[in-house]
Design a protein around this ligand. Structure first.
Ligand code: PMP
Length: 419
C-alpha cells in the first residue's frame, strides 16, 4: 500500500474544533497504549464537555434533593433544575409545549413506553405495525413483544444495496390493518438518514401515528418535531454529550393524554384510594417514582451546550469529516464500505478484506483509534448485507481530520499485518 500523503480538506474556519476539543477533558486525559486518543465510537456513546460535568457537580454540591414533593429550599431548587432541563429538551426538539416531553432513561425506554402506553391499549389481534429493515433492536423487539401478546403482525420495509429504505415498498405495506409505524431517523449501523418527513406523511394520509427513533439523529442534525409532524420522537442523553440514564420522549399532547401509564407509583398520581387511582396530568403520568434527577439536569445542560454551538454547524463539520473519511477509506485496497446511502450521517461501517472486524478493532485500539465492532444491535442489517459484523467509525463534532488520518493509517497497519 502506498503511503501517499493524505489530502486534508480546508476546514470551516468559523468552526474552531480545537476550541471545542478544549471543553472535553477526556480527549486529553486518556492516551490508549501511549498513543493520542482518536475517539471514533460516538454512535455508541459520546463524550461529556466540562460544562455538563460542572452542571452536574453544581447540582450535587448545591441543589441535591428529591423533586416535586418538597417545600424546602433544596427541593425547590432541584425541581426548578429538573423542570428547566425539560424546557431545554423542548427547545432542542422545538416541541410546542414542555408537557409533551417525558424524561426517560434513554431511547430504549422511550420506545417501550410507547409500546406499553399506546400499543397495548390501541393495537389488537390482526393489526399491523410497520418498521424498517434498518432498525436498531430497541425499535424491533418491543414491537415484536407486542405482536406476540396481541396476535398482531410486524411488517418490515426492505432496504436496497445502498442501505436506503425502498420507498415504494414502504408505501405498499400500508393497508386497512396498519395501526402503527416505528422508524429510525438515522441508522446506527449504516448512517442512512431516512426521509422521515415523507414517511410520516404517507402514514398520516391514513391517520396512522408514527414513532421516530431519533437516537442517532439528535446528536447530528437539527430536529424539529413540529416540522416533522411525528407523533413520538425518542432519543438518549448519553449520545448527545449527556449522562447515561438520561433521555427523552416527545409525544403529541393529545396522544399522550389518551395513553395508559407505563409504570405505576409515586408522582404519577393525583389521588389514590384502595378503590381507585386517578392519574396525574402529562408528563408526570409517565414519570413514576423518583427519576434520575441528576442525569436529566445533565441532559438539559448538554442540549444547551449543543444548541450554543449550533446543530447546523455541527452537521456541516461532521459531514465534511464523513466525506473525507469515506474518500480515504474507500481508496484503500480491499476495504468494503457497507452503507452508501445518498443521505448519510456521521457513520462509516466497513470491512477490511477477510480480517474479522473484532481483530481490526483490537489492532486499531493499539493505535489509539477507538471504533466499535460487532452487529451494532442491528442484526437484520448485518443479515441483509451478508456479514456477521462490521467495523464502525462514528464521528462527533469534536473529531478532526487528523483523527480520520489516524484511522486510515491504522487500517493500513492492519492490512500490512494480514497482508
Ligand atoms: N436506536 C438507535 C438507532 C440506537 O443507535 C440506539 C443505541 N445504540 C438505541 C436506539 C438505543 O439507545 P439506548 O441504548 O441508549 O437506549
Amino acid at each position: 500500500m502506498s503511503a501517499t500523503p493524505l489530502r486534508k480538506p480546508s476546514a470551516d474556519t468559523a468552526f474552531d474544533v480545537e476550541r471545542i476539543r478544549a471543553d472535553f477533558p477526556i480527549l486529553h486525559n486518556v492516551r490508549p497504549h501511549g498513543k493520542p486518543l482518536s475517539f471514533l465510537d460516538n454512535a455508541a456513546s459520546s463524550q461529556m464537555p466540562q460544562q455538563v460535568i460542572d452542571r452536574i457537580v453544581r447540582y450535587e454540591t448545591h441543589e441535591h434533593a428529591n423533586i416535586h414533593r418538597g417545600v424546602h429550599l433544596l427541593s425547590t431548587l432541584a425541581t426548578e433544575a429538573y423542570e428547566g432541563a425539560r424546557r431545554s429538551v423542548q427547545r432542542f426538539l422545538n416541541a410546542k409545549e414542555d408537557r409533551e416531553i417525558i424524561f426517560t432513561t434513554g431511547c430504549t425506554e422511550g420506545v417501550n413506553l410507547v409500546m406499553h402506553g399506546y400499543g397495548r391499549k390501541f393495537i389488537g389481534a390482526g393489526d399491523e405495525i410497520i418498521v424498517t429493515h434498518l432498525e436498531h433492536h430497541s425499535n424491533i423487539v418491543p414491537w415484536q413483544m407486542l405482536c406476540e401478546e396481541k396476535g398482531a403482525k410486524l411488517r418490515v420495509a426492505p432496504i436496497d444495496d445502498r442501505g436506503e429504505v425502498i420507498q415504494e415498498a414502504y408505501d405498499a405495506l400500508f393497508n386497512e390493518r396498519t395501526k402503527f409505524v416505528a422508524i429510525s431517523h438515522v441508522s446506527n449501523a449504516l448512517g442512512t438518514i431516512n426521509p422521515v418527513r415523507r414517511m410520516i406523511d404517507v402514514a398520516h394520509a391514513r391517520g396512522i401515528p408514527v414513532l421516530v427513533d431519533g437516537a442517532q439523529a439528535a446528536p447530528h442534525i437539527a430536529v424539529d418535531v413540529q416540522a416533522l409532524d411525528c407523533d413520538f420522537y425518542a432519543f438518549s442523553g448519553h449520545k448527545v454529550c449527556g449522562p447515561t440514564g438520561s433521555g427523552a420522549l416527545y409525544g403529541k399532547a393529545a396522544l399522550l393524554e389518551k395513553m395508559q401509564p407505563f409504570k405505576g407509583g409515586g408522582d404519577m398520581i393525583l389521588s389514590v384510594t384502595f378503590e381507585k387511582t386517578t392519574f396525574n396530568t402529562i408528563p408526570h403520568k409517565f414519570e413514576a417514582g423518583t427519576p434520575p434527577i441528576m442525569p436529566m439536569i445533565g441532559l438539559g445542560a448538554a442540549l444547551d451546550y449543543l444548541s450554543a454551538i449550533g446543530m447546523d454547524r455541527i452537521a456541516a463539520h461532521e459531514h465534511a469529516l464523513l466525506e473525507y473519511a469515506t474518500e480515504q477509506v474507500s481508496a484503500l485496497d480491499g476495504v468494503r464500505i457497507i452503507g452508501t446511502a445518498r443521505e448519510k450521517a456521521a457513520v462509516l461501517s466497513f470491512y477490511v478484506g477477510e480480517v474479522h472486524p473484532h481483530d481490526v478493532g483490537t489492532l486499531l485500539d493499539e493505535e489509539g483509534v477507538a471504533v466499535r465492532t460487532g452487529h451494532h444491535c442491528a442484526q437484520p442489517v448485518m443479515q441483509r448485507f451478508g456479514v456477521p459484523a462490521t467495523v464502525r467509525a462514528s464521528f462527533a463534532f469534536y473529531n478532526t481530520f487528523a483523527e480520520v488520518d489516524a484511522l486510515v493509517e491504522a487500517i493500513r497497519k492492519v492490512q500490512k499485518l494480514f497482508g
